[in-house]
Design a protein around this ligand. Structure first.
Ligand code: ADP
Length: 367
């Protein structure tokens, strides 16, 4: 029986449990044996009972649980070849040659590196007499399939990552709470949201809550943003708006790549020109937590099932796929290309090619 392992890696996101559940059950339904690797690559390097066989009922109730129940970690050892050698040995000792990883671009990059090195790792294990030729013989090829778990929606070539809509929902609810008090006291709030180098959460939160101003990395504000912000806020106030909401992505910067700090935005709103009673709210980790929204439960289930199909369809020499969603269809894309395009966005931002950065993000993001 084919053995397929699933792990979650990197930052946690709501919906990761749904992906684990779908992979385990689809693997079993397809006549394979399902395994979970606990604590991301750390579990793969440590081996032992960090790699566990899973039964159908072991993932019962996973759909509605937040975070990741099989744990996640950042693992320095896996960044180095000796760590990956140990990981490869642990996989073979468990008879596993297919690995589904639900994580961000870092985790997916690591996975593809592991796949590319696999034949060399097998040779080294035999050479170092850690395993025999007979032991490695059935494991000539490593199958890797990626699932994108991230609240940031920062991977190119997919419209949504598992977790981003849950996080957006949480941000919207939080802004609604803040709205009520802001409105009562006629206050201004500067709200910092997560997203690392990606402005999707900030922009979509701004759209969804009718914020007055949004700062995001891919499309920095005009050079004279202080005046721009002041005049927009002034105009909204003159139209009778009793509150002001400014959303700042954690990776926001101006067009010269200088970080835009929430404290600076606050000082501006509170300063002589506007004189607004202004508060800062950093939403922080509530954005990651809690139950997955219906969309993420659906996405993780459909994509998890497709990941198992992709493992079973894999042919030698065909590059590792990542399971994406494009125009509402679950599709497979080249994992390496998706990661490369994501990295290209970051490079465009560094080169101040902001229009190109926007184009390379997802379709709904472009205009
Ligand atoms: P994310 O997957 O959310 O982007 P990280 O970038 O922290 O998060 O990656 C998670 C883990 O994936 C790292 O701790 C490391 O173990 C592994 N990893 C990331 N990048 C690489 C790489 N270039 N080579 C090998 N392993 C990597």
């Amino acid at each position: 029986k084919r053995r397929i392992a699933i792990m979650t890696s990197g930052g946690d996101s709501p919906g990761m449990n749904g992906a684990v559940r779908a992979c385990v059950r689809m693997a079993i339904a397809k006549g394979c044996e399902a395994y979970c690797v606990y604590e991301g690559y750390e579990g793969l390097v440590q081996g032992g009972d960090m790699i566990k066989p899973m039964k159908w009922e072991d993932v019962r109730g996973f759909l509605s649980e937040g975070g990741t129940l099989i744990g996640t970690a950042r693992c320095m050892a896996f960044m180095e070849r000796p760590g990956r050698l140990t990981a490869a040995k642990n996989m073979i000792m468990n008879g596993i040659d297919a690995l589904i990883i639900c994580g961000g671009d870092g985790s997916l990059t690591g996975a593809d590196k592991f796949r590319a090195e696999w034949p060399g790792l097998m040779e080294e294990l035999v050479q170092k007499k850690q395993l025999t030729v007979e032991q490695v013989a059935p494991f000539r090829q490593l199958n890797i399939v990626g699932l994108v778990g991230s609240i940031d929606n920062d991977l190119s070539m997919t419209d949504a990552t598992i977790g981003c809509y849950s996080s957006l929902q949480r941000i919207c609810e939080s802004v609604d709470y803040i709205d009520a008090t802001a409105q009562s006291h006629q206050r201004a709030f500067v709200i910092e949201v997560m997203g690392r180098h990606c402005g999707w959460l900030a922009l979509m939160a701004g759209v969804s809550t009718g914020a007055d101003y949004v700062f995001m990395p891919e499309k920095p504000p005009p050079e004279n943003w202080e005046e721009d912000l002041a005049s927009i806020v002034k105009k909204h106030r003159s139209l009778g708006k009793r509150k002001t909401i400014v959303i700042v992505a954690e990776g926001a910067h101006d067009c010269n790549l200088q970080p835009i700090k929430v404290s600076k935005v606050k000082d501006l709103l509170a300063g002589d020109k506007l004189k607004l009673d202004t508060r800062i709210t950093t939403l922080g980790h509530v954005q990651r937590g809690g139950q997955a929204c219906a969309y993420d439960r659906m996405l993780s289930t459909l994509q998890g099932a497709e990941a198992v199909n992709a493992v079973l369809d894999a042919e030698p020499g065909i590059p590792s796929p990542v399971i994406c969603i494009v125009e509402n269809k679950i599709v497979r894309r080249s994992l390496l290309e998706a990661v490369a395009q994501t990295k290209e966005v970051a490079k465009c931002i560094e080169r101040k090619e902001f229009d190109k950065a926007m184009q390379l993000r997802d379709a709904e993001f472009t205009e």
